[in-house]
Design a protein around this ligand. Sequence first.
Ligand SMILES: CC(C)(COP(=O)(O)OP(=O)(O)OC[C@H]1O[C@@H](n2cnc3c(N)ncnc32)[C@H](O)[C@@H]1OP(=O)(O)O)[C@@H](O)C(=O)NCCC(=O)NCCS
Length: 155
Amino acid sequence: MTVTWRRLSPSDYDDVIAVLDDWWGGRHMSDMLPRLFFEQFRDTSLVAVDGDGAIAAFIVAFVSPAEPDLGYIHFVGVDPRYRGQGLGAEAYRRTFDAFGGRGCTRVKAVTSAANVDSQAFHRALGFAVSESVVDYDGPGEDRVVLTRSLVIDPH
Ligand SMILES: CC(C)(COP(=O)(O)OP(=O)(O)OC[C@H]1O[C@@H](n2cnc3c(N)ncnc32)[C@H](O)[C@@H]1OP(=O)(O)O)[C@@H](O)C(=O)NCCC(=O)NCCS
């Protein structure tokens, strides 16, 4: 399966939101991905488009304004039809490169404590996965924190 990668655009908002809950297994997710991410973080966010012009994967990421050495990945999603083919890993590889080019030395993401698939994906990509943090994003919204160095260990 061949995809074309390009930067995320504000005009992708409707297409991404249309599939978002389905891609997240029916969870209501759109409140966590407002249009401002498509506008303000488009320079560091990507979509992969399939041969039919449909979005096959997307990643929303940005360099932390508070910690400029930190790249933060807010959302990554792959069309269920295309999972297990390396698209998620490719989105991260491209984003790590972009972060490195902007001076970041580490990367962080946060995912639901219940999302064991996301945790397995991040472990496979070399992230450390924290213990579950109770009420991290409010009552009943437990999360795990995912961290990884972007600096290659020469040893
Ligand atoms: C998580 C997600 C992005 C992974 O995308 P993907 O394209 O299927 O992942 P890849 O094929 O690139 O896999 C990369 C690595 O992660 C591993 N991996 C991916 N999903 C996994 C799963 N559910 N269980 C175990 N390992 C998994 C792969 O085995 C691979 O490891 P390897 O390099 O050792 O072979 C995708 O399943 C998804 O969109 N899930 C719903 C949205 C979501 O939860 N996003 C993350 C939170 S924001």
